[in-house]
Ligand binder design. Structure first.
Ligand code: ADP
Length: 777
């Protein structure tokens, strides 16, 4: 038996602390006394026991104090404690100070038997299943690493689905077997509840069609009739008569055989057995698939182009690529050639670009142009291979994967399937969804695609797959190799005005049940919304704002039916004050701040790099959103400025201090090195006290001797410069050819200067010495 010791005790009424947990506890005077007393002891330990009405607790947790501090935003104090082990509480004893002291006996570590391990494994499985539903990946990793059954059970102290009473019971159950049993019960119950709720929510979401409801009701009716020994009207297909349904259905021979085998099993299974339920669900899935249904393609490419033009403004090169792609497919089909993998072969096209540039809606247009059905499969956050390929039927609650469900939803075997956000598929211990996708997309394999649940060959070779992605670099390489990449970089202000006027506004007006006679928005107003109310490469936020304005207009028209014209000055009344004002003038008003251009996961953006210095040893400190590559380019920039101080007009002693480079949050660039020239400019500005001109932006990698090296994403960066209202932009000379892709409107508004030496950029970007910032810019 463990030795009795005496410790100060803290009765906690809100948190139940279990061993292993780290928890903040708010301190009142008595609790504070216990904390102070514990800190004065050698072990530094105190006992945390739940306050339980009038019952004296029998168990508590011995804990150490991690930290004591003020509660942010409040005026109380709190202690962060770490639970160590269970202890049995004995009698009160006398001790120093104002705290209460009790004698305690530490509960020895439970012995771990095979039984305990088996229970722990079962509990872990349930726990992981639940955490997966919540997509709590970090916690999953943590739980996966726990091997001690008792510690695993005690993590339940953090669970939000357990009540305080349940947690107290865990505390008071030193026997780990009993503790795990209780947890398995509770967690299984909770999981079942969540599953039912999700199912209901899912049904509501997918808008359970009237037909489906009727089908369910009929099924119930048939069950009742069967029970009563009655039969339906002559000739009516009985949904419970799977044999008749399979025989009547238009199924490929192999599928029919497999289905009939299952029907045989069903007929042998007892009515109540769960297996019967599973077989029925499987048969329903098989009968619902459009095995022999295909739609006729329209092969008229001119008409296809007209449809693409009718649905989307601009994007000429993208539309050209789509039409070429359709032409290749049509030609191969005519010649009876199979579509093969690889670029340029018409296999899979991926539309890549920032949000809101029309990737998804182009996919829909392609379906319309081909005269095919359209389905979208959202892949964002998919990490489980079974999401793509289905669960094996032996798995409780098994479902077919998303590809099979998409085909079912489309109702034809040759729809256009849009794999949305293919760059966001992850992979972890549950298999690699990308590998499953590879099989789906590979023309050599996909005519016999096997979903684990369905367990039948499904021919996907007639499906047109399209994919969308924000960041190409995040697409698994093996997938990217099979795809034809079409990049959409974003829109100019002129484009946005045209898209809004011709597409977004009419649609939003329709939604608000308004007509063009009742409400119009002037081009000037549209331009102002694009410039000052949104700052995005696409038009998503733009469309939302137009929807908001139309709702406001509806309300106004209800009060006064005079037709409305929304002009620039009226916008404040409809949308409030502009959210984005030219920011660069304000940011660069102090020396040491330079405006860079970056490409982020959300498209092009401006980013401000700040340099400062403090007393202290010469050295470089970096803070903010910097990747490794960016840190390196900061080092290079500083070395360059130090080595060329004289040429740059920098007093070398200004650099013999502690230099600080900061990249504020917001724009996290994908390509680190392209911030090089901006860092050099910020450093020189800081060291000379000369401000950077507020209307200047720049991008380019820098070498140790100041050469400016080429970078990527020129078009996206220049679009961002236009959005941010910059006037002069420095780019690397070797990127000059990329200007061919940049819209003329953008080039007309910006003074783009191709450069080879960063010293020239610095000379042109900085205000002359002694000059005040031109804030009016
Ligand atoms: P993404 O999939 O790239 O995030 P969406 O397809 O959801 O973008 O597009 C957002 C909205 O903007 C849609 O309503 C779409 O129709 C509209 N849109 C985008 N680009 C254009 C365009 N060039 N012409 C007409 N409408 C467009």
């Amino acid at each position: 038996m463990a030795q009795a010791t005496s410790v100060p005790v803290l009765f906690s009424s809100d948190a139940i602390v279990l061993p292993g947990m780290v928890v903040p506890i708010e301190l009142d005077d008595t609790a504070r006394a216990a904390v102070d007393a514990a800190r004065a002891t050698e072990s530094g330990e105190l006992l945390i026991a739940p306050r339980l009405g009038d019952r004296y607790p029998t168990y508590g947790v011995l804990a150490t104090i991690v930290q004591v501090g003020r509660i942010p935003g409040g005026n109380g104090t709190a202690a962060v404690v770490r639970g160590k082990s269970r202890a049995h509480i004995g009698a009160g004893v006398n001790g120093p100070g104002a705290a209460l002291w009790v004698s305690v006996e530490e509960v020895p570590e439970p012995e771990i038997t095979d039984d305990t391990r088996a229970l722990a494994a079962e509990y872990k499985k349930l726990l992981l299943a639940m955490l997966q539903r919540r997509e709590a990946w970090q916690i999953i990793d943590f739980v996966n690493e726990l091997t001690d059954p008792s510690a695993l059970a005690d993590t339940a102290g953090y669970a939000s689905y357990l009540t305080q009473v349940q947690k107290r019971q865990l505390l008071e159950t030193p026997d780990v077997v009993e503790r795990l049993r209780a947890l398995i019960d509770w967690t299984a119950d909770h999981l079942a509840e969540v599953e039912v709720n999700d199912k209901i929510a899912e049904d509501v979401r997918s808008g359970m069609e009237k037909q489906q409801k009727e089908f369910l009701l009929r099924q119930q009716l048939a069950a009742i009739r069967k029970e009563l020994g009655e039969f339906g009207p002559e000739g009516e297909e009985n949904p419970d008569d799977y044999r008749a349904r399979v025989e009547a259905a238009d199924l490929p021979e192999k599928v029919r055989e497999a289905a009939l085998r299952e029907v045989g099993k069903l007929e042998r299974a007892s009515d109540q057995s769960p297996e019967g339920g599973w077989i029925r669900t499987w048969l329903d899935t098989v009968l619902d698939l459009p095995w022999n249904t295909v739609t006729e393609d329209s092969t008229d490419l001119t008409a296809a182009r007209e449809i693409l033009d009718a649905d989307h403004h601009g994007l000429d090169d993208v539309k050209d690529r789509i039409v070429e792609y359709l032409a290749v497919r049509a030609r191969r089909a005519q010649r009876g050639l199979q579509v093969v993998g690889g670029r340029g072969s018409g296999a899979v096209m991926v539309l890549a670009g920032p949000p809101g540039v029309g990737k998804t809606s182009l996919g829909e247009s392609v379906a319309r142009a081909l005269g095919r059905k359209f389905v979208r499969v959202a892949l964002g956050g998919v990490r489980d291979e079974a999401e793509i390929r289905g669960h094996r039927r032996t798995y409780v609650g098994a479902l077919p994967g998303r590809i099979v469900r998409a085909i079912g939803e489309a109702g034809s075997m040759n729809p256009v399937v849009l794999l949305d956000e293919i760059d966001k598929v992850g992979s972890d211990y549950r298999g690699d969804p990308a590998a499953a996708l590879l099989e789906v997309l590979d023309p050599a394999q996909n005519h016999t695609f096997r979903d684990h649940y369905l367990d039948l060959d499904l021919d996907l070779s007639d499906v047109v797959f399209l994919a969308t992605a924000n960041v190409i670099e995040n697409i698994p390489q093996a997938l990217l190799d099979r795809m034809e990449l079409v990049q959409i970089d974003g829109y100019t202000s002129d484009d946005k005005v045209a898209i809004a006027r011709d597409f977004l506004l009419p649609r939003q007006r329709d939604r608000a049940a308004l007509t063009a006679d009742e409400v119009t928005v002037t081009d000037e107003a549209l331009r102002k919304i694009a410039a000052d109310y949104t700052r995005e490469p696409g038009v998503r936020q733009f469309e939302r704002l137009l929807a908001k304005a139309m709702r406001k207009a509806t309300t106004r028209l209800a009060a006064d039916p005079t037709p409305i014209t929304i002009d620039e000055p009226d916008l404040v009344g409809y949308l409030g004050r502009p959210r984005f004002m030219p920011e660069s003038a304000e940011r660069t008003a102090v020396p040491g701040v330079a405006t860079g251009l970056a490409v982020t996961g959300l498209g092009g953006d401006v980013l401000y790099i700040e340099a400062g210095s403090t007393d202290g040893d010469a050295g470089l400190q970096l803070t903010g959103q910097l990747g490794d590559v960016m840190k390196e380019s900061a080092q290079i920039a500083l070395s360059y400025v130090r080595a060329h101080a004289e040429q740059l007009g920098v007093d070398a002693t200004a650099l013999d201090r502690r230099i600080h480079v900061h990249v504020p949050a917001g724009a996290v660039p994908k390509d680190g090195p392209s911030a090089g020239v901006t860092m050099v400019t910020a450093l020189v500005s800081m060291a000379t006290g000369r401000q950077v001109r507020s209307d200047v932006g720049m991008t380019g990698e820098v070498t140790l001797n100041g050469r400016v090296l080429p970078i990527g994403g020129v078009k996206q960066k220049l679009l961002a410069a236009q959005r941010a209202g910059l006037k002069t932009v420095f780019i690397p000379q070797r990127n000059e050819a990329d200007l061919d892709d940049v819209p003329a409107e953008v080039l007309a508004e910006l003074d783009v200067r191709p450069m080879t030496d960063v010293a020239d950029i610095v000379a042109q970007a900085l205000e002359p010495a002694g000059q005040q910032a031109t804030l009016a810019a």
